[in-house]
Design a protein around this ligand. Structure first.
Ligand SMILES: [Zn+2]
Length: 243
């Protein structure tokens, strides 16, 4: 009797009944469509005279609905900073480097750096809200247009290279934003020409993006590492690279 019982207990449990095959599980979908647009004019050459540098925000002023903010290139210790969320350490640098900038300026950097319209390792950016509204905390709506003038120094001539830049985007899109953005870009460019400071079109609108830095000279004034050993002027601060 006891032997029989033990034998029964040792037997493996019966396999579970087969699970019926489910063709499709019911599901809810969550989706976020983000779109950011940045647009830049060709570069215009200007004299690197400090008076000209100071005039750039005044050129933006008549087209901006808000105070024009001048955002300096990233300090050397934050040169890897980026607003891209997935690069967490670089984004922390960006937050630290840009903590004193207004919500409008920060939105402008976010849109224009993510789209590579600006290179804030060298660009100085005079910017404001050009079109549209902000929310109650001061951040521009997706269809608001931010922009202004980005400038850096030409490595060979030392001249100031100025670009008109606009951007918009976020959760949504509106049909007329593109057209208004283009109109504002043209207006900014015209405004630079009308200032009388322009010396003509720049051969190269901007520095080649993504090239490895550190291949050339280091600026003894701001520490910027130029991409080529043939650079005479620092693209970031405009001072002579050597001597
Ligand atoms: Zn420098």
């Amino acid at each position: 009797m006891s032997l029989f019982r033990r034998k029964k207990q040792d037997e493996p449990p019966p396999p579970p009944p087969p699970t019926p095959m489910i063709e499709e599980v019911s599901a809810q979908q969550y989706q976020l469509k983000l779109a950011y647009m940045g647009r830049s004019s060709d570069g215009l050459r200007m004299s690197a005279d400090p008076a000209v540098v100071r005039a750039l925000p005044e050129i933006v002023e008549p087209l901006s609905t808000t105070r024009v903010e001048v955002i300096a290139p990233l300090p050397l210790e934050y040169s890897d900073a980026t607003p891209a969320m997935e690069r967490f350490n670089e984004m922390q640098q960006w937050v630290l480097a840009r903590r004193d900038i207004s919500p409008i300026g920060r939105h402008a950097l976010y849109v224009l750096e993510l789209t590579d319209t600006l290179d804030m390792t060298v660009d100085t950016f005079a910017t404001g809200l050009l079109h549209g509204e902000t929310d109650t905390s001061g951040y521009p709506d997706y269809n608001a247009i931010v922009g202004g003038l980005a400038s850096h120094f030409d490595e060979l001539s030392g001249e100031l290279i100025v670009r008109a830049v606009v951007g918009w985007g976020g959760k949504g899109q509106r049909g007329d934003t593109e057209r208004i953005g283009q109109r504002l870009l043209s207006a900014l460019y015209q405004q630079v020409l009308a200032s009388g400071y322009s010396l003509g079109a720049a051969e190269q609108a901007r520095l080649p993006m993504g090239a490895s830095r550190g291949a050339g000279l280091t600026c003894m004034h701001c520490g910027f590492e130029a991409q080529t050993a043939s650079a005479f002027y620092c693209p970031k601060c405009g001072m002579r690279m050597h001597g």
